[in-house]
Design a protein around this ligand. Structure first.
Ligand SMILES: [Zn+2]
Length: 185
């Protein structure tokens, strides 16, 4: 199993629309397992393929404390939705940012499992929110798109600054290491 790189906002890859999985085969199952491992590694409860720069409609979710209740959703789609409620959300692609967005309370949805079997089910609470959040990812949409343009602009600036800082620190560390190595010689 492999840990995949998770794209961070404002990476343009997060805006790509994923296409349907035609046949659920071994490569699809491998991707699903890698995505699950990547999600666990990053302490997330949901991950969509778009976030690891793969444009196939595949989502993994695990809401359990012990990380042992994985749900794989291939080609998920929402059939009906009912009610609206506030949901406090974060996202592996928008690090360390949380905000409140409005979501449907109850949904019915259809997907294929890892064997390609078509399943219809219903969800409320956290699972309902999570499925809506992940399907948005497959359509190139982020939860921060629901925020006001001003809030989003501020957030974008903050994240770009953070990323720049991290890059700089990494570079300085590397230069220091190179210097140290030079002394050893
Ligand atoms: Zn997300």
């Amino acid at each position: 199993m492999a840990i995949l790189e998770v794209l961070h906002y404002p990476d343009p890859g997060l805006r790509k629309k994923a296409v349907s999985v035609e046949t659920v085969d071994e490569s699809c199952r491998i991707l699903a397992k890698d995505m699950l491992q990547t999600m666990y590694e990053n302490n997330g409860i949901g991950l969509a393929s778009t976030q690891v720069n793969v444009q196939k409609r595949l989502v993994v979710i695990d809401l359990s404390e012990d990380k042992n209740e994985a749900i794989y959703l291939i080609n998920p789609e929402i059939l009906t939705s009912e009610g609206t409620g506030e949901s406090q959300e974060g996202c592996l692609s928008v690090p360390e940012y949380y905000d409140t967005v409005m979501r449907a309370e109850r949904i019915t949805y259809r997907y294929q499992d890892l064997e390609g079997k078509v399943i219809e089910s219903e969800a409320d609470g956290l699972l309902s929110v999570c499925i809506q959040h992940e399907i948005d990812h497959l359509d190139g949409k982020l939860f921060i798109d629901y925020l006001s343009p001003m809030k989003r602009r501020r957030l974008r600036k903050k994240l770009e600054k953070q990323e720049k800082q991290e890059k700089q620190e990494k570079q300085e560390k590397q230069e220091k290491q190179e210097k140290n190595q030079a002394k050893i010689l």
